[in-house]
Write a protein that binds this ligand. Sequence first.
Ligand code: FPP
Length: 228
Amino acid sequence: MEEARIPRHVAVIMDGNGRWAKKRLLPRSMGHRAGMNRMIGLSEHAFDRGVRYVTLFALSTENLARPKEELDGIFRLFRDYFSSHAETCRKKGIALRVIGDLSLLPPDVKETVERGLERAKEGERGVLTLAIAYGSRSDIVAAANRAVREGKEVSEEDFSRLLSTGEVPPPDLVIRTGNEKRLSNFLLFESAYAELCFSEKNFPDFGDEDLDAALEDYASRERRFGKI
Ligand code: FPP
């Protein structure tokens, strides 16, 4: 694949972990663990392919209303990931970022996430952003309020820098797994001109070869950004 046609930024809505577990008569928490393992492999593969920015939707603000048992399982994954995998990211040259409202997490989970982020601040190979307790509408409203507080009109470019994703370019390709075709409050402003790709596979089954197929598909699309 031509280097120029590799998307600079790929964002993934990791849907279908619950259904993956249900099909195997496993608890939902096992689906999320399988999802986390796939997430690690998939982001690694994307960086190997030359993608520079990977953003993954791990938990929406709406997901925080799920049953306590399920959330406890997801929080356990966050603890595991940020206490061990952050170091792996650092070693591999991947900078780790989080977008979302961490104050909505249990305090010890928030601290573990923040400690992990401290360990993988810089990376020359790429930036991995995890959206945790994230909702795009509230991110947009927070950015609008920042602009109001600064007391001056902003351009689209200024505004995009006020979003929590301000330091990364907008996604070129947004992939959603789990056979759903919606954005579910993910990167709404940022995805204005993203190419969209939907997979019927549940996230834990979305293999490296499926990402390659999405990248091939992306490479074949003509991006016109509203022009002719
Ligand atoms: C959506 O599938 C997935 C989630 C709500 C959680 C995703 C979390 C991970 C992949 C683990 C993240 C871990 C770290 C460390 C960031 P669903 O449960 O809604 O699936 P369903 O629609 O089949 O029920």
